[in-house]
Design a protein around this ligand. Sequence first.
Ligand SMILES: *[C@@H]1O[C@H](CO)[C@@H](O)[C@H](O)[C@H]1NC(C)=O
Ligand SMILES: *[C@@H]1O[C@H](CO)[C@@H](O)[C@H](O)[C@H]1NC(C)=O
Ligand SMILES: *[C@@H]1O[C@H](CO)[C@@H](O)[C@H](O)[C@H]1NC(C)=O
Length: 344
Amino acid sequence: MRSLPLKTLFVFAFMGTLLVALMALQRDRLAAGYENVVSTVKSTAASAAEASKSLPLPGFANSEPTAPTDNYISICLAVKDQRLDLPEFLHHHYYNMGVGHFFIMDDGSQPPLSEMTEEELTIPRSAIEFHYFKPEKHVRWMQYTMYNTCAHIARNASTTTNTTWMAFIDADEFIDAPGPQTLREVLEDFDRIEAIGGVALNWRIHSSNGHLTRQPSAIAAYTECVYDDVEHNGNGTNNRHVKSIVKVNLFKQPRDPHSFYLTENHITVGENGDEVNSALRTPITRNRLALHHYALKSKAEYEEKMVRGSGMSNHKGWEVWDLYENTNPHEECTEMLRWAPKSS
Ligand SMILES: *[C@@H]1O[C@H](CO)[C@@H](O)[C@H](O)[C@H]1NC(C)=O
Ligand SMILES: *[C@@H]1O[C@H](CO)[C@@H](O)[C@H](O)[C@H]1NC(C)=O
Ligand SMILES: *[C@@H]1O[C@H](CO)[C@@H](O)[C@H](O)[C@H]1NC(C)=O
C-alpha cells in the first residue's frame, strides 16, 4: 500500500523532468535554427545590399503589374473613412508586392468601405474581405481588437484563405522591396527558419513636399523624406520605428501597433536577421525591405487626419507635422517612383 503513492510520485517527477527537457530541447532547436539562419540571412543581405547599389534608379525592373496567384502574403488593415486612400494602397500591394489577400477591418466608416465599387477598389473584390465594426462598438485601443480578430479569422480560414504572412500596416504605409529580391522571396528566406515568426520593416517617413491639397498619386507626389540621423544611429528620427509582418500561426497578440508577441520562443527579425524586440530598430537599414510612411501627405489631408484620429484613440496635433515638416532635416527619396502611374 505504501509503495503506491511513492510510485505515483516517481511517475510525476519523471513526467515533470521529461516536460522540462522537452521544453529545453524545443528552445535549443529554435535557437540553433536561428543561429544558422542569421548567418545565411546576413550573407544574403550583404549580397542584396551590394546588388541593389548597382540597380538603375526609377523607371525600371519588375514594374509590370502581376496579380498574385495565392494568399501567401496578406495585409490586415485597420481603417476608417479613408475611401480615397484605399485604391492606390490596394493596387500597389496587390500588383507590385504580391499581396494576395486583404483583411479590411472597417472601424465604422460612413458609408461602410464595403460599398466601394470594384472599379474604385482597382483590384478583384475576391482578394478583399471586409469586416465592419459598428461605431457604437468602438472601444479604446480598437486597433488591438481588430488585429487580434484578423489573426483569428485567418487561422480559422487556414484551409480556405491559407495565408502564411500577415502585415499589420496602415493605409498610409506602403511596403517596398528595393533590392533584387521580391517581398515574397525575402519572406520565403525567413520562412525557412523555424525560429523566425516576424519581420520588422523600418519606416521611411515622407514629408508633404509642400503640397496643400490631395494629389492624384501619393507615390508620385511625395519624394522627400525625413533623415535617418545616421550620425546618432537613428536617435533623432522616427524612421527607427518599424511595422511588422507576422506568421499568422505564430501570432499571439500585439505588443504595440508596431511589434507583436509571438508563440513560444519565436522571434522577430529585421531584414539582416537581427533580432527586434520592440517598436524600434537601429541601425536603420532598408536594403531588402522598406516601409514608406506617407505620414503627412498634403496639408489638407493632414487636417482631415487630425479630426479622424486613429484606431489607438489618440488624436494627432500639429506637433507631428512640425517635427517631420520643419524640425527633421529632409533628403530626397525617389525610389518609390518606379511604381508611380505611368501617365504621371
Ligand atoms: C497553403 O499555402 C502554402 C504556401 O503558399 C502551400 O504550400 C500550401 O500547399 C497551401 N495549402 C493549401 C491547403 O492550399
Ligand atoms: C474561430 O473558430 C472557433 C471555433 O470554431 C470559434 O469559436 C471562434 O469564434 C472563431 N473565431 C473567429 C474570429 O471567427
Ligand atoms: C537621443 O536624443 C535625445 C533627445 O533628442 C537625447 O536626450 C539623448 O541623449 C540622445 N541619445 C543618444 C544615445 O544619442
